[in-house]
Design a protein around this ligand. Structure first.
Ligand code: HEM
Length: 527
């Protein structure tokens, strides 16, 4: 505690004294320094200028997507197995190996489209992003709650997000813009059938599933690779809300999901999720009528069982929202040995985008911030300087050497892994082509058929309400797509919009589409 006689303090008040960032004690925090009590103010008024100019810079740009979120801490506990088999058969990643081994984690839940203070009751995908602070450095798994995504090629991401964000003129989220884009992007149908069902508004974060969505790889000691998908299952079960439920919650509270999670952790009611992994051999799987690298598809669990590999528990809230929730930075490129990318064309684009935006949003030294630093491994780089350098990543024995190689000290390269080559050999010509097995409707239709009656009613109601705001050609194209997804869905939404199959039979498939035989059969039934 700074010992200073403070004009403002009462005698005997033992609380620490306020200072400025230079360490100067502040004895008057109510009045600026002025010439006489009525001014003018003086420019050397350091305390006032520091306080005000720091306040002027309090905000950093919010995330371009997933701006509203809630971070909590906890641990991942490994089972050491994938089903009955030792996990080492499939991955050499250290965090998974030993039964009972715990790795600290930070998890950020989020909504996607709204701003930092927007309502958490929105119909919107939810983010489910985890940072594992492993002994080999950080691993980030950045997923959502709906298992699939709107698009399958990263080049369309700015467009899909622009269509979902507020209109640049009215600044309202406009269904007319959303379905204008989606109706020309048939790969979005599976995601839309999920998003407009009750699953599109989870009741809160504790009753929500998570999915890695993109296809990743596991690599074992021998360099053998598998394709994998990650699933998080909440121990509390899954709960959703209808529009009416959500409106009632929103009337009283904009941040109900963050509040629910924060309060549960405060009272020691720690939420838990189990991590399940689906796996398949690392090749193209020509026997499937969908592509394993397509993030608009799920892998049927009958053929590719989802088996448990560990669990997470959240047991601690952040101490400061800005430092730990606003500045936490996840990325799909952040992997550790034994885990790898696939050639999923979304994953590749994502991997560029996250650290690119974070160097802009948080700053080039974002990885020096405590919440982003590895906690269980050491950082030693030759990266230097840049805005907000917080410390020098420790050098080798000679502080003059911030380069490598060197014979005068400095850092050295690590041990070359025993198996450096992995995965199938890839051949092809440089091109711009969509994948061959697009199959945009089948899984969307299966999802619809799996729903309970009330969920289907809710889906139809929500589709009709949103699509009715669209222009006639967009409505027709949406009904056409929904008939291709499942007759019953297309007929019911069409009825709500006053558009029957006869009204859409003049529509040709889009130039961007490849139809399956099954799709062609449906198409001929329209006519
Ligand atoms: C956040 C880009 C697809 C899940 C973000 C951010 C960007 C971004 C720029 C903001 C990051 C930050 O400011 O720290 C992209 C691109 C995508 C893509 C370019 C496709 C090419 C996806 C998909 C998912 C997803 C498919 C779900 C599987 C998330 C999550 C966050 C996020 C959960 C929030 C992370 C946090 O809580 O900080 N994305 N994204 N994104 N994205 Fe994506």
């Amino acid at each position: 505690m700074t010992d200073v006689s403070s004009k403002g303090s009462q005698p005997g008040d033992e609380r620490p004294v306020l200072t400025n960032r230079q360490g100067h004690p502040v004895y008057d925090n109510q009045n600026q320094r002025t010439v006489g009590s009525r001014g003018p103010a003086t420019l050397e008024n350091y305390q006032f200028l520091e306080k005000m100019s720091h306040f002027d810079r309090e905000r950093i740009p919010e995330r371009v997507v997933h701006a509203r979120g809630k971070t909590s801490y906890g641990f991942f506990e490994a089972y050491g197995k994938w089903g009955d088999e030792p996990i080492a058969n499939f991955t050499r990643a250290k965090l998974f190996q030993e039964q009972g081994k715990r790795t600290p984690i930070a998890l950020r839940f989020s909504t996607v489209i709204g701003g930092r203070d927007s309502a958490e009751t929105a119909r919107d995908p939810r983010g489910f992003a985890i940072k594992f602070y492993t002994e080999d450095g950080n691993w980030d798994l950045v997923g959502n709650n709906l298992a699939v995504f709107f698009i399958r090629d990263a080049i369309k991401f700015p467009d899909v997000i622009h269509s979902l964000k507020p209109d640049p003129v009215t600044f309202r989220q406009e269904p007319a813009r959303i379905f204008d884009f989606m109706s020309q992007s048939p790969e979005s149908m599976h995601m839309l059938v999920n998003l407009f069902s009750p699953r599109g508004i989870p009741s809160d974060y504790r009753h929500m599933q998570g999915f890695g969505v993109n296809t990743y790889k596991w690599v074992n000691e021998a360099g053998e690779t598998k394709l994998v998908k990650y699933h998080w299952m909440p121990k509390l079960g899954v709960r959703s809300m209808t529009e009416a439920d959500a409106a009632a919650v929103q009337a009283g509270e904009l941040g109900h999901a963050s509040k629910d999670l924060h309060e549960a952790i405060e009272r020691g009611d720690f939420p838990e999720w189990e991590l399940l992994v689906q796996m398949m051999d690392d090749h193209e799987h020509p026997e499937l009528d969908w592509d394993p690298l397509d993030d608009t598809k799920t892998w049927p669990e009958n053929d590719f069982p989802a088996l448990p590999v560990g669990r997470i528990v959240l047991d601690r809230n952040v101490e400061d929202n800005f430092a730990e929730n606003e500045q936490i930075s996840f990325g799909t490129g952040v992997l550790v040995d034994g885990l790898d990318f696939s050639d999923d064309k979304m994953l590749i684009g994502r991997t560029f985008s996250y650290s690119d935006t974070q160097r802009y949003r948080v700053g080039p030294n974002y990885l020096q911030l405590p919440v982003n630093q590895p906690k269980s491994s050491q950082v030693k780089t030759n990266q230097r300087d840049g805005q907000m350098t917080y410390y020098v990543d420790s050098s080798g024995e000679n502080p003059h050497v911030n380069y490598e190689p060197s014979i005068t000290g400095g850092l050295r390269e690590g041990q070359f892994p025993a198996q450096d080559e992995q995965g199938p050999e890839i051949r092809g010509r440089v091109t711009r082509k969509r994948i061959e097995r697009t199959n945009d409707y089948k899984q969307a239709g299966q999802r619809y058929l799996l729903m309970e009656d009330w969920e289907r009613d809710d889906l139809v109601h929500n589709f009709v309400a949103a699509i009715s705001e669209c222009a006639r050609p967009v409505k027709e194209r949406m009904v056409w797509h929904l008939l291709m997804v499942e007759d019953d869905l297309g007929l019911r939404v069409g009825e709500g919009l006053g558009i029957g199959p006869d009204d859409v039979k003049h529509l040709e498939p889009l130039a961007s589409q490849d139809l399956t035989d099954e799709d062609r059969k449906r198409l001929s039934n329209l006519g």
